[in-house]
Design a protein around this ligand. Sequence first.
Ligand code: ZN
Ligand code: ZN
Length: 134
Amino acid sequence: MSTIKAGSCLCGHVRYEIDMAGSRTGNCHCRDCQKNGGGPFMTFTTPKPGKFKWIVEPEGRAQASDFAMRRFCTHCGTPMTWEHLSKDDMAVSTGTLDDPSGVEIIYEIYTKSRWPVIPPMPGVDQFRESNGWE
Ligand SMILES: [Zn+2]
Ligand SMILES: [Zn+2]
């Protein structure tokens, strides 16, 4: 069975393909993700290097920190990716997958700013800050 999934923004302008094989998906509870996503946390999937490709790239870019940017669709505002500026490290908003069935969440990071009403996911690795990946 193919492990390649398609994804897109809310309006459908931005499109991509990701090979989910070997990818890691987790929830980020950092304040930046709460602001950017407009909810208690964002869910991101980090593909294996070279396993993600844009079909139609988003035009929107926002500086996310000293070392990272976030790309978004300028037509509908959907947050698409978090990307390191100087190394091959990126993650895509998992909620933008056209078919998110079968995606497993394996970690939660920046739990120090987790909303008290959102309990830890059972059986999922918890990290107060970064897990060294994202
Ligand atoms: Zn869009
Ligand atoms: Zn975050």
